[in-house]
Design a protein. Structure first.
Length: 181
């Protein structure tokens, strides 16, 4: 299946979810994450601030903010910058995503765990994003543990991969945790 076909299929499936299903799935996925050694041992975590069609990160950020140091990405040209998460310092940025403001960027080397959004993941740790390559460019610069999160139906048999694609170390859905390496 081509990347565009996978994106179209997953988009259709996400659009059919009820709000209660979305919230329940997010709670289940992040509860699984909370029980991983990668999360328990990490203090500096790069998250994403979810869009309405993505697995919601909002309740998870609220729950752990203050106990863990969270960071969010901000689009800068064709790259992502990393800034500390502060709910009071978010504004609508590129692609209508709430992004952190300020100039206190941190290096990807300082991050221990990256929670990565994706359109789909496969059984080899490949990730399919929205197609702009922002996360692949960022993930190529860090040795942090990379965890893809999503709904169970976002885990597909195979995603066509390219040399620049960065694989996940772990993928978590509401039903399972897949580990790679």
């Amino acid at each position: 299946m081509e990347k565009s076909d996978i994106r179209r299929k997953i988009k259709a499936m996400r659009s059919m979810l009820l709000e209660t299903e979305r919230m329940s799935a997010a709670d289940e996925v992040f509860e699984r994450l909370e029980n991983t050694a990668a999360f328990l041992l990490a203090d500096r975590i790069l998250m994403y601030h979810s869009l309405p069609d993505e697995l919601s990160t909002h309740r998870f950020l609220d729950k752990w903010h203050g106990r863990k140091s969270f960071f969010l990405p901000r689009v800068n040209g064709v790259n992502l910058e990393i800034l500390p998460y502060d709910e009071s310092r978010l504004e609508l940025g590129s692609f209508h995503i709430e992004e952190p403001t300020g100039d206190n960027t941190v290096s990807a080397d300082e991050i221990e765990l990256v929670i990565v959004p994706g359109v789909a993941y496969d059984h080899s740790g490949n990730r399919l994003g929205r197609g702009k390559g922002f996360y692949d460019r960022l993930l190529a610069t860090t040795r942090a543990t990379k965890v893809g999160v999503g709904y169970e139906f976002q885990i597909v048999e195979e995603i066509p991969s390219e040399p620049h694609d960065v694989k996940m170390d772990m993928v978590i859905s509401q039903k399972r945790v897949l580990r790679f390496k």
